[in-house]
Design a protein around this ligand. Structure first.
Ligand SMILES: [Mg+2]
Length: 219
């Protein structure tokens, strides 16, 4: 059953995309295990590793922690430079795989001249890697939390992203994120929101990329 849209797709002048969990795929368990092993955790302690990892991630995402600060917090000791380099590379690889189905939609939206801005909670190495990715050129701009100095759902992250779209009216901008709390914060600022749950068809439906947008933009 198709749920009714809360808006007309032709009313959208720009889109703000989250990265991980929308354009980006979540890491697999073997990827997590590889990172945990590199960090000195036993495979059977993966859950404990992930808890420790996430407990230090917020300041790393916001730029308050640098690479050394983050990995010192996770490891419980300061890593040697060679290990830090490997940890940073493997960690970045966890967060830079894309869902080709969503990238195909980005290409459609680009052909329809729909401005698109990335707004991602990401530490500097991940932001740098995403900027170097092939699909990045489809986006009008990309904003990363470590560069902004704050994470979603801080309201100013959305205000920055809205400014980057070039659209003044937030009600004409769609925000797409896999975290409900991020969508709620965006909605409070007047943005339209799509809580993404992994089905690219939901994006296609909300943006009406098959025909409507092209029609709307040329009228
Ligand atoms: Mg996400």
């Amino acid at each position: 059953m198709v749920s009714p849209l809360s808006h007309s797709p032709a009313d959208i002048d720009a889109v703000i995309f989250d990265y991980n969990g929308v354009i980006g795929l979540q890491p697999t368990t073997p990827m997590w295990s590889g990172l945990a092993e590199l960090a000195g955790w036993r495979t059977e302690d993966l859950t404990h590793f992930q808890t420790t990892f996430w407990s230090a991630r917020e300041p790393y995402d916001s730029g308050a922690f640098d690479d050394t600060d983050f990995w010192t917090a996770v490891l419980g000791r300061r890593p040697e430079p060679a290990l830090l380099t490997r940890l940073r590379a493997v960690d970045t690889a966890l967060w830079t795989r894309t869902d080709h189905r969503v990238v195909a939609l980005l290409q459609q939206a680009r052909r329809a001249d729909l401005p698109m801005v990335l707004l991602s909670n990401a530490p500097h190495p991940v932001g740098d890697a995403l900027d170097a990715s092939e699909w990045r050129g489809l986006m009008t701009d990309a904003l990363y939390s470590a560069r902004l100095g704050m994470n979603k759902p801080h309201p100013d992250t959305y205000r920055n992203a809205l400014a980057a779209t070039g659209v003044h009216d937030p009600s004409r901008v769609m925000f797409i994120d896999d975290r409900p709390e991020n969508c709620e914060a965006a909605a409070q600022l007047g943005l339209q929101t799509l809580h993404y749950t992994g089905s690219p068809a939901d994006i296609e439906k909300h943006l009406d990329l098959r025909a409507g947008r092209l029609t709307a933009s040329s009228s």
